[in-house]
Design a protein around this ligand. Structure first.
Ligand SMILES: [Mg+2]
Ligand SMILES: [Zn+2]
Length: 190
């Protein structure tokens, strides 16, 4: 029995956009993030973060700092009764200054690699999942992986072009993650 899933961009979708988030002091959840995730979880969704972290390839942060940030995010969400099931990140960049991260990978969004990996690891239903993100590359990632795609206007969302690039048509554009959660619940198959 496979599980329904919501894939979530991190920066600008769950938390304030901070450019390269290189210290915990910059971490700030949106006021509605825990509530929105709790609603989705209660409806039975597995919640998976998929985040591009080229800051690792650029040598601005390392995996240990990233782990710390995600640990702290989960701790704060837990205080609001919310849980993230798994975090996936892409540390790569085609022209990375750090050699071991230098590759043209399938996981860097808009590539579908992180969603595909999560579906394998977590036995997720690839049929009708949702992707939520603030940028067109998030939408393109979802569309490429076969999800329905929601773009939110937090983070870079408001500054993104109003017309989608090719192959990145969002199912809907909404103000923020709380609105997205409501839309997902109204459009759930069950
Ligand atoms: Mg983002
Ligand atoms: Zn990658």
């Amino acid at each position: 029995m496979t599980k329904p899933a919501v894939f979530l961009d991190r920066d600008g979708t769950l938390i304030e956009e901070r450019g390269y988030l290189d210290r915990l002091a910059l971490l700030e959840l949106f006021p509605w993030t825990a509530d929105a995730l709790r609603l989705l979880k209660r409806a039975g969704y597995t919640l998976v973060v998929v985040t591009n972290q080229s800051a690792i390839a650029r040598g601005i942060i390392d995996e240990a700092i990233l782990d710390q940030v995600h640990h702290e995010m989960s701790a704060r969400l837990a205080r609001g009764g919310a849980t993230i099931d798994r975090y996936y990140h892409c540390p790569h960049l085609a022209d990375a200054p750090i050699e071991r991260y230098r590759q043209t990978c399938r996981c860097r969004k808009p590539g579908p690699g992180m969603i595909e990996q999560a579906c394998r690891d977590l036995d997720l239903d690839p049929a009708r999942p949702f992707m939520v993100g603030d940028r067109w590359l998030d939408v393109a990632c979802g569309v490429g992986a076969g999800t329905r795609a929601i773009r939110v206007l937090t983070g870079h969302g408001a500054a993104e072009a109003t017309t989608p690039p090719v192959n990145a048509k969002a199912d809907v554009i909404l103000d923020n993650l709380m609105e997205a959660a409501g839309w997902i619940l109204r459009n759930s198959p069950r």
